[in-house]
Write a protein that binds this ligand. Structure first.
Ligand SMILES: *Cc1c(COP(=O)(O)O)cnc(C)c1O
Length: 429
């Protein structure tokens, strides 16, 4: 493949944009090489500045459940555009959006729209703190909840019971209220609660973690979290920015049959536009201004363009009863193909999958939390990534990201991908 134009564009971009990108993982730092500049997407394919074509599995990091440029979303956007892009005043579209989410996800009694997943999670934490009058919250190592200060915290080592910042610019004061537990290991949660009795406002978790590769929580673990939160009057927040409308129409909470107190959304609910949302129990949501005292706002929140794209996506989900079965079939087919290939090379790398989100970890260990995810051979993944690219398949440029299948991926696409996987593994193993 020829990447001449992408290489030139990257050099140009670096002059004006830090690292040439508007979000760090796009820069290919963890796999090496130059990021591809994308010109166009269509269904399961993307086309770069050098006119190379790829079957792709990033889907803009999750939003594109139906592939790129589905006609029904583009049509909805075109007709919304005729009436104006934003008014900063209520519109009927916002009611439509709120209604359809509350229908699809029964735990949501009230919901508020924002512009990104980051805004959704930070607002949910603020609401939970306001509601409980407590300051601390628990998150899990390896889960990602956007880039608000108090989420960029990892577990302290040794004698430290509080977290430490993972980024300069995040203060120790911020870290002091963030407690970090071990994903899927309930005792780590119990210990933190015991040590911080009546001080914990919320527990926030990706019920299917998708930001350390794909690591599903066990059902027992989530059920225990639910019970502990009820007992201790802690707000249980499911961060379904990725898993919401990805693994089922009701998200991970439908798959597991567990009802959180609050849920955050993003990605798919925007139909490809910048949207996030947080919602849940009425009594908690009504602590928000203007009903209650907890401040939260947004100039472009709920704007008609974003709402129209989101409504189109969610309506499609609501009306296509078979959608998640089709995604499951496609995903199972790809998983089987990749596993068959590994057998041919006597390898049994961990492949985690829930519906159309999956991850091939380059490790023989079972991956069920962050430390086990880290046993993966990330440099080998980097080589695999580039081999796949040469074979016409664009994967996430990091071992610790999810692979997404869309309804636009055809059997032919999947067969080509399985073949590319075979050829890549053959060269590497
Ligand atoms: C992507 C993601 C976020 C952050 O969303 P942004 O729109 O990138 O701010 C938060 N939580 C989870 C689980 C995510 O996958």
């Amino acid at each position: 493949m020829n990447y001449t134009k992408s290489i030139a564009l990257f050099e140009e971009a670096k002059k004006y944009i830090p690292g040439g990108v508007n979000s760090p993982v796009r820069a290919f730092k963890s796999v090496g090489g130059t990021p591809l500049f994308i010109e166009r997407g269509e269904g399961s394919r993307i086309f770069d500045a050098d006119k190379n074509e790829y079957i792709e599995y990033v889907g803009s990091w999750g939003p594109h459940l139906f592939g790129h440029n589905p006609k029904f979303i583009i049509d909805a956007l075109k007709s919304a555009l005729e009436n104006g892009t934003s008014f900063g005043a209520p519109t009927e579209l916002e009611i439509k959006m709120a209604k359809i989410i509350t229908e699809l996800v029964p735990s949501i009694e009230k919901i508020r729209m924002v512009n990104s997943g980051t805004e959704a999670t930070m607002s949910a934490i603020r609401a939970a703190r306001g509601f409980t009058n407590r300051n601390k919250f628990i998150k899990f190592e390896g889960c990602y909840h956007g880039h608000a200060d108090y989420f960029l915290i990892k577990a302290g080592s040794g004698a430290l019971t509080f977290g430490v910042p993972t980024s300069p610019g995040v203060t120790a004061a911020n870290a002091a209220d963030t407690l970090v537990a071990d994903y899927n290991y309930i005792n780590s949660v119990k210990t933190l609660i015991h040590e911080n009795k009546n001080e914990i406002a919320a527990i926030i978790i990706e019920p299917i973690a998708g930001n350390m590769g794909v690591v599903p929580a066990s059902k027992e673990f989530l059920a225990e979290l639910r019970d502990i939160c009820t007992e201790e009057e802690i707000v249980l927040i499911f961060d379904e920015v990725m898993s919401g409308f990805r693994v089922a129409k009701g998200g991970a909470q439908e798959v597991y049959g567990i009802k959180p107190d609050m849920t955050t959304f993003g990605k798919i609910i925007g139909g490809g536009l910048p949207v996030g949302a947080f919602g849940g129990r009425k009594d908690i949501m009504d602590t928000l201004a203007p009903v209650g005292p907890v401040y939260q706002a947004g100039t472009l929140s709920g704007n008609p363009l974003a709402m129209s794209a989101g409504i189109a996506a969610l309506t499609h989900i609501k009306e296509n009863k078979n959608l998640y079965n089709i995604l499951e079939e496609k995903s199972q087919y790809l998983e089987d193909g990749i596993k068959e290939n590994m057998k041919k090379f006597n390898k049994s790398f961990a492949m985690n999958r829930v519906g159309s989100m999956s991850c091939l970890f380059f490790t023989d260990k079972k991956v069920d939390n962050f430390p086990s995810a880290l046993t993966s051979d990330a440099p080998l993944y980097g080589k695999y990534f580039h081999k796949m690219l040469e074979n016409g398949v664009y994967l996430a440029p990091s071992q610790f990201e999810a692979m997404f299948i869309s309804t636009a991926h055809s059997k032919e696409d999947l067969d080509k991908t399985i073949e590319a996987n075979y050829l890549s593994l053959r060269e590497l193993l």
